[in-house]
Design a protein around this ligand. Structure first.
Ligand code: AMP
Ligand code: ZN
Length: 117
């Protein structure tokens, strides 16, 4: 399967890894839309939120808890956005489920994310 995030997970493609455990990897977005822009990605290849099933409940919880932990480690607790783009109509480009963790602005007026609500 030709999936860039699966390649990053298998270390076949380079990335700046922020966090990793047996289920999850978090790495720097190659084209950041905020001073902090990290992608939190399950290692299982699930194309998008639309393909989530009951069996993924624990994994989904873990994705959010990892985002919270990474945000704290990055010093942006209490000042970040979490975004999931879902499907082509929702602006999704990479069809391997991922959470966008965005933050690090000096003030709310600095928030400027083209293509991102
Ligand atoms: P989307 O599918 O629209 O939610 O966003 C995919 C995100 O993945 C974009 O923000 C890209 O900048 C990012 N991205 C694509 N390829 C890489 C890569 N090789 N390493 C890190 N981030 C990537
Ligand atoms: Zn994948």
């Amino acid at each position: 399967m030709d999936c860039i995030f699966c390649k990053i997970i298998k270390k076949e493609s380079p990335s700046m890894i922020i966090y990793e455990d047996k289920d999850i990897i978090a790495f720097q977005n190659i084209r950041p839309l905020a001073p902090v822009h990290i992608l939190v990605v399950p290692k299982e290849h699930i194309p998008s939120v639309d393909q989530l099933e009951e069996k993924h409940k624990d994994l989904v919880g873990k994705i959010f808890l990892t985002a919270k932990k990474v945000a704290a480690d990055q010093g942006i607790a209490g000042a970040y956005k979490i975004v999931f783009n879902v499907g082509e109509g929702g602006g999704q480009i990479v069809f391997h489920l991922h959470l966008h963790l965005l933050g690090g602005w000096k003030s709310k007026e600095d928030i400027d994310m083209p293509g991102m609500p």
